[in-house]
Ligand binder design. Sequence first.
Ligand code: CP3
Length: 317
Amino acid sequence: MRQAGRYMPEYRRLRERHSILELCHEPDLATKVTLQPVERLGVDAAILFADILLPFEPLGLGLSFAAGEGPVLAHPIRTPGDVKNLRTIDPEEDLGFVLKAVRRVRSALPQDVPLIGFAGAPFTLASYAIEGGSTRTFTKTKTFMYNEPKAWNRLLDVLAGLVGSFLAAQAHAGAQAVQLFDSWVGCLSPHDYRTYVQPHSKKALALAKQSGAPAIHFGTGMGTFLEDFAAAGGDVIGVDWRVPLDDAWRRIGDRAIQGNLEPVLLLAPAAERDRQVREILARAGGRPGHIFNLGHGVLPETDVGAVRAVVDLVHGR
Ligand code: CP3
């Protein structure tokens, strides 16, 4: 999940001088930001500082981040013709700065702290590519999906190939695990997930798997089709707070699980926050294969001390 970011004073200080894209493009800066939460929080693993939308730059979609508005694409994908014109991305050539950051982070991190590389899942990426930014309703995305199924499948196939090879390249560069983020997949019905999305996530995860690194398959709001989501692949399934951890674990079967504290609990009174942290640990029941995590990213309003307190509680300190 997002570990670094605006809730950290040291991140905000860097952001006064550099845009988010500058931080991503400059391997020394990306390394610095990746290490900040490891040093400040004492977490067991580091997640690379990058963004799921970076592949949109070499794809020619014109990525920028507008202050307060989130991501904006100057050239969104709106027609089957736009899909046809997409070029093939080579991770080494087109996203080499990310792989450089992976190598640099790997040599800067303590040996016993693994590095997680990541990419966006085909559906979540397609939603940004088609909407041209963030959305609450996914209207343009779903309209395209239903009306242009051929172009839709072609788009998701291209994205699956891209992110699958990108994840494998990050693993080859030194990431010990990779995570596929399907952050907005929960806006779909079970039927539509199976029909329009699952085969593409499966392809991406199979390509990533060729590297030999374990893959974490994360989504939010997909409790109504968790079995289908898990069937797409992943050595670890990442779940949000909407589904009790032990129920989710039963439903995904013999696999590792990541999750699943509600991020807003980091803004709650310590007693309630800690009670719910212990509840998750109790539901995991000490079984091997649980990665304690938030159900989604750390919110900008969060106090660093609250995050640190949760890490310490989970570590039994
Ligand atoms: O935590 C880390 O150090 C890892 C780095 C990381 C970022 N983005 C940096 C970032 C990771 C893992 C991501 C993933 C990402 N990016 C996802 C999937 C995970 C999730 O949260 O669902 C998504 C959907 C994105 C797309 C994205 N990037 C959005 C919607 C935004 C804008 C958010 C906002 O509130 O304005 C970003 C920007 C972004 N990427 C930030 C960070 C830390 C915000 C920081 C800033 O403005 O400085």
